[in-house]
Design a protein around this ligand. Structure first.
Ligand code: KG4
Ligand code: ZN
Length: 358
């Protein structure tokens, strides 16, 4: 086994927290490997992603308009061997060359998490190599640093996905202080539910973006959702209910000529709520940089609004490339490399357990 603190070069990472089966191979770069040990991980350069395979289960869950946990875990079991094999093949390496295994422990669907975790444990055990379990939400934030290792701290992170919407203060590498999170629906979940109600397909975010293109974002004046106590917590269920009520009362349907305006307006208000919260949080924590991540960060309206605010505030803003926004194993590997370099304290590898909630 590689001793703690030694320099793992090749990392095989696995992500199965929800409905994407993903495996990636990363190589810590020369500069990165030299700094393994007690050095601050902020000084490591970003690892090189040799492969990052993502197999989506969208087709399986689409008829239900959302992820069916039982089907998700069964599908991970069917596909994980092939996905890991493909990641190794694309990277041009065999399992014997892997120095470190990385896997998502949570939060997520427990059955799905256990598939990836058990698979990674089996590999680490058989090959007598260390295994690092990482947090899915921290991995999303890390996706940004993978492409931009020089992001200045303190950074403010806005994570927007199908399961989570949260703001974090990142004072230094590997610290994630929660500032606020959604009290009900996540932003992605609200988009998915509106799309489902209108029968537009799953996942809803990308469909809403496509069908709302060219629509007037001011046509339907939704109110920006705010929590009563004006904290940094989010709440999207009131907005979702208002939109559903409007659809019911106005008889808006899939083929309605007002559909593009409606979807653009809904998307706009979600983006505004997210950016307003980021602004309020930035006033509190005075960050040097802003980071946007998670599946909904693929949305071009949100990216534009977020970057517009950053320009206005004179802050550097970073958003991962689209493939690194949605669930993927490269972000898991990137975080595991940093954690291992900082001195792992995960306890005996095979005791790692999955957790469903943050
Ligand atoms: O991060 P992710 O892959 O999974 C979770 O950890 O939840 O995010 C999935 C979410 C879904 O709600 C999906 O509708 C949303 O990301 N999403 C988008 C776009 N692409 C994916 N939302 C808005 N616009 C997009 N282009
Ligand atoms: Zn995710």
């Amino acid at each position: 086994m590689t001793a703690k603190g030694e320099s793992p070069v090749l990392v095989l990472a696995i992500e199965t927290s929800c409905d994407e089966t993903s495996a990636a191979v990363l190589r810590a770069t020369d500069a990165g490997t030299r700094t393994f040990g007690p050095c601050p991980p902020s000084l490591t350069s970003a690892p090189e992603v040799l492969s990052n395979i993502v197999l989506s289960q969208d087709e399986i869950h689409a008829p239900y308009g959302g992820v069916v946990p039982e089907l998700a875990s069964r599908q991970h079991i069917k596909t994980i061997t092939a996905v890991v094999g493909e990641a190794l093949e694309r990277a041009g390496v065999g399992l014997g060359a892997v120095d470190l295994y990385a896997v998502t422990r949570g939060p997520g669907l427990i059955g799905s998490l256990l598939v990836g975790l058990s698979f990674a444990k089996g590999l680490a055990y058989y090959h007598v190599k260390p295994l690092v379990g990482v947090d899915h939400l921290e991995a999303h934030l890390e996706a940004c640093f993978l492409e931009n290792p020089g992001i200045a701290y303190p950074a403010l992170g806005l994570l927007v996905s199908g399961g989570h919407t949260a703001l974090y203060a990142m004072e230094e590498p590997l610290t994630y202080r929660l500032l606020g999170r959604t009290r009900d629906d996540a932003a992605g979940e609200a988009l998915d539910k509106i799309a489902k109600f209108l029968g537009l397909g799953y996942p809803g975010g990308p469909v809403i973006e496509r069908l709302g293109k060219g629509g007037d974002p001011r046509a339907f004046p939704f109110a920006v959702p705010r929590t009563k106590d004006r904290s940094l917590d989010f709440s999207f269920s009131g907005l979702k209910t208002a939109a559903l009520k409007h659809i019911r009362e106005s008889g808006l349907a899939k083929d309605d000529p007002r559909l593009a305006d409606f979807l653009a307006s809904f998307e706009e208000i979600v983006a505004r709520a997210l950016v307003d919260h980021a602004r309020a949080a930035a006033e509190q924590v005075q960050p040097r940089s802003l980071v946007l991540c998670g599946g909904v960060a693929r949305n071009s309206r949100l990216r534009t609004r977020f970057q517009g605010y950053a320009r206005e505030a004179g802050l550097d803003a970073y958003v991962p490339s689209p493939k690194l926004c949605t669930d993927n194993a490269a972000m898991v590997g990137a975080l595991a490399i940093k954690r291992y370099a900082a001195g792992p304290s995960e306890g005996p590898d095979l005791d790692l357990d999955a957790y469903p909630r943050a």
